[in-house]
Design a protein around this ligand. Structure first.
Ligand code: NAD
Length: 487
């Protein structure tokens, strides 16, 4: 296996827009968040580059939609093969660029390929229905692509969170202009452009333009773009939703979360602590579905806090390229400052620090806070850092009330040996994903994923939702011949 699939000589300084091309807005350096080293340079897109890409994507869309579905599926499956074949090489880029530990980078490769393969099946799925007649006409409704889909993705699971929109959009006959986060343009963009380029996707069908918020906003206002698929913060999503409303575009918003894990008093404490640690600390807590609030019933709360603190203090933090750590760096210095401010606020308001609470540069230690209560920022806000926040409850009703306190509504978990209690609690939780006897970080290509409230606008990604999201109905009525009207 050669390790040259992502040879930077091909793409250094370029974006992918009808081939590898320089952008008007210049280039950006890609930084390894572990040590600040420059690892690459890519083309950086501004509004002008987005406008050009959107125009070219629009021009390419009709012939792509007319490509027979089996051919579209073949190209997608080939792209998935390439992702898997070159997985080891590509995962190294994800580790260095996004601060992922290697197993998490491999999850991105495996899930990325699964998302693409699932999308390939959509290309050949039947896509219409005959309608009851009202007169002599034959009526049917079919699903048709929107046209050009703009995709905007975040830094944390850059590969998966980009392909989960790009692949179904392409499979269903749309063309795509994709804007990955400028901090992770390789994992969230260049890798995807390369696999589709090698898989034989016609030029102009997929454009990958790394850029900032101004490029994202240009995508939302561009007249050639029919739909925006956005994954990111609730603040960014709100702006994107506003622009799409103004410009009458369909918009899919997959946003932040403050996800509760409810632990009832009959749980095995070690298993509960292990679930809480995985949910709160995986990828340094920089996951929308991260366990943001651990609600422990009073009878087990102290023992749970103890075991969780022990686990946290044994998790090594450092450069993930060493393959010796469980937690890598936080994505930026600003994000470290934000995490510390939330931890300090909790401590000032009476929470107890059981582990961590400090950092060495961007390496934030796995942290456990007990006695977290409403009114503390750690209870109210998405932290996006490795901070386990434990709050206690006495009754099941109280657990539901605390879990639903947040304006977010992404994911929740309930762990207990009493399935009846779990289901009753689960039925009352205001979330898009409910996991019984599991923590909150779960995802995959076959389930419709999304959130309520501040976590999204009711859109879903994956599984049966993809056809709904990336196509729209068209009613077709057919008369054997035109007939006259009264005037
Ligand atoms: P962010 O909103 O700052 O950035 C995400 C993307 O949006 C980036 O590409 C960014 O350049 C772009 N962007 C930012 N402002 C924009 C604007 N005004 N117009 C257009 N594009 C804009 O998010 P972040 O802080 O970098 O990412 C983490 C957030 O994403 C967290 O809140 C996390 O919960 C959320 N997230 C949600 C999901 C989900 O599926 N629900 C998945 C992963 C991350």
């Amino acid at each position: 296996m050669n390790h040259d699939f992502l040879n930077s000589a091909l793409w250094s300084g370029f974006a992918y827009a009808s081939g590898w091309r320089q952008t008007k807005a210049g280039t950006i350096q890609v930084i390894d968040p572990s040590n600040g080293a420059d690892i690459a340079s890519v083309g950086f897109g501004g509004p002008e580059d987005i406008a050009r890409a959107a125009k070219e994507a629009k021009a390419a869309q009709k012939s792509w939609a007319a490509t027979v579905p089996a051919e579209r599926a073949k190209i997608l499956n080939r792209a998935a093969d390439l992702l898997e074949e070159h997985g080891a090489e590509l995962a190294d880029w994800i580790v260095r660029e996004s601060g992922s530990i290697h197993p998490k980078a491999m999850i991105e490769i495996e899930h990325g390929a699964l998302f693409i393969r699932h999308a390939a099946t959509l290309a050949t799925a039947s896509s219409g229905t005959f309608l009851p007649g009202m007169d002599e006409r034959t009526n049917y409704a079919r699903r048709v692509p929107h046209g050009v889909v703009g995709v905007i993705s975040p830094f944390n699971f850059p590969l998966v969170l980009s392909v989960r929109s790009i692949a179904p959009a392409l499979a269903l006959g749309n063309t795509v202009v994709h804007k990955p986060d400028p901090r992770t343009p390789i994992s969230g963009g260049i890798i995807i452009a390369r696999i589709f380029e090698e898989a034989g996707l016609p030029q102009g069908v997929l454009h990958v333009i790394p850029g900032g918020a101004d490029a994202g906003e240009a995508l939302c206002t561009d007249p050639h773009v029919a739909m925006i698929s956005f994954t990111g913060s609730s603040r960014g999503g709100s702006k994107v939703g506003e622009l799409c409303g103004k410009h009458l575009k369909k918009v899919q918003l997959e946003l932040g979360g403050k996800n509760a894990l409810i632990l009832l008093d009959d749980v095995d404490i070690d298993i509960a602590a292990s679930n809480a640690a995985w949910g709160a600390f995986m990828h340094q807590g920089q996951i929308c579905m991260a366990t943001g609030l651990i609600l422990a019933q009073s009878g087990i709360a102290d023992a749970l806090a103890d075991r969780l603190a022990t686990r946290a203090s044994h998790l090594p933090v450092g450069d993930p390229s060493s393959n010796q750590v469980a937690l890598g760096p936080i994505i930026s210095d600003a994000q470290v400052v934000s995490i510390q401010a939330i931890v300090d606020d909790a401590l000032e308001k009476g929470a107890k620090l059981l582990a961590g609470g400090t950092h060495d540069g961007r390496f934030y230690k796995a942290t456990v806070l007990a006695g977290v209560k409403p009114g503390m920022r750690a209870f109210e806000e998405e932290i996006f850092g490795p901070v386990a926040c434990i709050a206690t409850f006495d009754t099941d009703e109280e657990a539901v009330e605390l879990a639903n306190h947040s304006d977010y509504g992404l994911a929740a978990g309930v762990i207990t040996n009493n399935m009846g209690r779990a289901m009753k609690i689960g039925d009352q939780l205001n979330v898009g994903q409910l996991h019984i006897n599991d923590q909150t970080v779960n995802g995959g290509p076959y389930a419709p994923f999304g959130g309520r409230g501040k976590s999204g606008n009711g859109s879903r990604m994956g599984g049966p939702a993809d056809i709904e999201e990336f196509t729209q109905w068209q009613w077709v009525s057919v008369k054997q011949a035109a007939t006259p009207y009264p005037f």
